[in-house]
Design a protein around this ligand. Structure first.
Ligand code: HEC
Length: 169
């Protein structure tokens, strides 16, 4: 009888995992294991992140809405995670951001990018969605999901490309 609670616990945990939308937590797991050490447990980045450190390299920026990760499309974010700055920076550029290609699968990279995006407020998510090839549809789906009463504004620096959405207030 003593073992009964333990035996019941496993199926209960499995059910809970399904209920809470497994495999969505995978992105959180990948983040905690591979990213949090530099980008912070709550995606807050390293202190003074916009200024090069003593070694002349940029610290890890926040990945929450206070940084500028939202100014990249999904594909650009996945490329940054897979290849680090190699895809965008000039040759010889020194960076502390590791390249995760070969260490993380494409699905794990997608999951961690989705996890990062989920931390942003609705207006930031909607703004970033517009950078994707199917942006207009994604933008509409996000706002529809949030419902007509959802409060949102575009992020301050955002210039909404050709949309009729409400400007920042
Ligand atoms: C060893 C430290 C370190 C780890 C671990 C790390 N990063 Fe980074 N990351 C950085 C640094 C430093 C930069 C800024 C690089 C630069 O601009 O030179 C960066 C930049 C980025 C950017 C670009 C952000 C922007 O606003 O342009 C993204 C996206 C990113 N990292 C995601 C991740 C993800 C996802 C993981 C985990 C899978 C991860 N990083 C793990 C240090 C790290």
């Amino acid at each position: 009888m003593k073992r009964l609670p333990t035996l019941l616990l496993l199926p209960a945990l499995a059910l809970a995992a399904l209920w809470w939308g497994w495999p969505a937590p995978k992105g959180a797991q990948v983040y905690a294991q591979h990213c949090a050490a530099c980008h912070g447990a709550s995606l807050q980045g390293q202190p003074d992140w916009a200024r090069p450190n003593a070694a002349g390299r940029l610290p890890a920026p926040p990945l929450d809405a206070t940084g500028h990760a939202w100014q990249h499309s999904d594909a650009a974010l996945a490329r940054l995670v897979a290849l680090s700055m190699a895809a965008t920076a000039p040759p010889g550029y020194q960076t502390d951001m590791p390249a995760f290609a070969g260490r993380l699968s494409a699905a794990e990279i997608r999951a961690v990018v989705d996890f990062i995006k989920a931390s942003w407020p609705l207006g930031t998510q909607a703004s970033q969605a517009l950078l994707n090839p199917n942006g207009a549809a994604e933008f509409a789906r996000l706002l529809q999901q949030a419902g007509p009463d959802a409060e949102w504004t575009f992020p301050g620096e955002c210039i909404p490309p050709g949309t009729q959405a409400r400007p920042p207030q």
